[in-house]
Design a binder for this molecule. Structure first.
Ligand SMILES: [Mn+2]
Length: 436
């Protein structure tokens, strides 16, 4: 047997105008064209395409023109282009109802050879192909293979082309590995998954789509399998194809204030080479004050004008709430206020603002924590947008275990003096709380 070479390609999704961009329509066409060019450069004997040639079952005239230009290449070179039906190409029912589907149409025009739940012999190989059937996939596969016979005395290597979910990749599958293994095909050519994966021990290969259809696919390279069949062995090589650059940049900014956040985001955007790339940024971290909505996305977007397309700038910063956990809430609020205003003692801030005066009055006279917090909240919302949240205000002084132990150590010489006054403990708790 002479060595035979073929390309296993999948999921062109021609006609997909991603993000409504004409250039993405072209990108997707280019990826298809390049993969066929690269296959032909390697002098393949045929191309096996495992479904989703088109993105939708009624491709536009423009999409059909694009498809014909691409399929013209193998046709001119007299290289058969074998195809099975993907879920995007047509549904079985639809194909039946309307006198065939777009793949039948292109088959009539001799642009491809449609393997429609049957087989084609490409000596010495027999290629079985079953289109997409969803949850009926296994049943349909076994029906199609019912008449499969091994011809005695003749060496026949068999390929199975499928567009289905196979066990092991996702939580859900349509065909289990046990069934597939028992069918003992020499090569199982899989489509449907857009990221490449393979299971060599089961002769299972899935090249993935030729372009990225979704941001979740960006990390997986694009290409197809070049397969050489020599001495009944299938040797595979994944051939990468160049596609438009995509950058998914995720950065943790740490704990930042609003200005720092904006500055850091801008710096990160600037330091990345974004020219002609598709971009996605995600910023995580904590805002010491303010809300993430205060960061200007418009400003960030103005920095990425050179990019081909910005899919998303996701601001996932979380606002840092300032919990007030203290033995004496009134004291705690006073101290917090001092800290927020950058002052050392009450006297320094008293004359400064009406807020402080009002606040201290409320705290001092009424001891109304809820009102005080609301006053602070409103003030800072207006001024610097600092959100305060009361997580827990204990009713009475709770002396921490660690504190007790520390105090106990100090008073070790006289074991009797281990009692700590509530007052000193309270002071210590507050100090500990506000000194970090
Ligand atoms: Mn697909």
């Amino acid at each position: 047997m002479n060595p035979i070479k073929f390309a296993h390609i999948s999921d062109f999704h021609l006609g997909y105008c991603q993000y409504g961009l004409a250039k993405r329509f072209t990108d997707i066409g280019n990826a298809a064209r390049i993969s066929i060019e690269k296959a032909l450069e390697r002098n393949v004997d045929f191309i096996l395409f495992t479904g989703d040639l088109f993105h939708c079952h009624s491709p536009s005239s423009g999409t059909l023109r694009q498809a014909i230009k691409i399929l013209e290449m193998p046709k001119k070179a007299s290289i058969p282009f074998y195809v099975i039906r993907g879920n995007h190409d047509a549904s079985y029912a639809r194909s039946e109802r309307y006198g065939g589907d777009v793949l039948d149409f292109l088959s009539d025009l001799r642009y491809l050879q449609y393997i429609k739940d049957s087989y084609i012999d490409h000596d010495p190989l027999r290629i079985w192909g079953v289109g997409y059937y969803g949850i009926r996939a296994k049943k349909r596969l076994l029906e199609v293979l019912e008449n499969r016979k091994k011809e005695d005395g003749e060496e026949r290597l068999e390929i199975l082309a499928l567009h289905a979910l196979i066990e092991g990749q996702m939580p859900f599958h349509e065909i289990d590995l046990y069934t597939l293994a028992n069918l003992s095909f020499n090569y199982i050519a899989l489509g449907h998954y857009h990221n490449r994966w393979e299971l060599a021990k089961h002769n299972l290969y899935c090249p993935g789509a030729t372009e990225h259809m979704d941001t979740r696919e960006w990390k997986s390279s694009r290409g197809f399998y070049f397969v050489e069949v020599k001495n009944s062995k299938f040797n595979t090589e994944f051939i990468e194809i160049p596609v438009r650059l995509k950058k998914d940049i995720k950065v943790d900014l740490g704990t930042v204030d609003l200005n720092e956040a904006q500055r850091k985001m801008e710096a990160i955007i600037k330091e990345n080479d974004i020219k002609d790339a598709m971009l996605r940024f995600e910023f995580t971290g904590h805002l010491a004050q303010g809300k993430k909505e205060q960061i200007s996305t418009a400003q960030l977007l103005s920095l990425v004008r050179q990019a081909f397309y910005v899919v998303e700038i996701r601001n996932s910063l979380e606002s840092k709430t300032m919990p007030i956990k203290a033995a004496d809430p009134q004291e705690a609020i006073k101290k917090l206020l001092l800290k927020l205003l950058g002052k050392k003692n009450e006297e320094e801030i008293l004359p400064e603002s009406e807020l402080v005066q009002v606040l201290l009055r409320v705290l001092g006279e009424e001891g109304d924590i809820e009102s005080s917090l609301k006053i602070i909240d409103d003030f800072f919302q207006k001024k610097e947008n600092i959100k305060l949240k009361v997580q827990q205000i204990p009713e009475k002084v709770e002396i921490s275990k660690a504190f007790k132990e520390k105090e106990a150590l100090k008073s070790r010489p006289s074991e009797k003096n281990t009692n700590i006054t509530k007052k000193s403990a309270k002071k210590r708790v507050l100090n500990d709380f506000f000194t970090d």
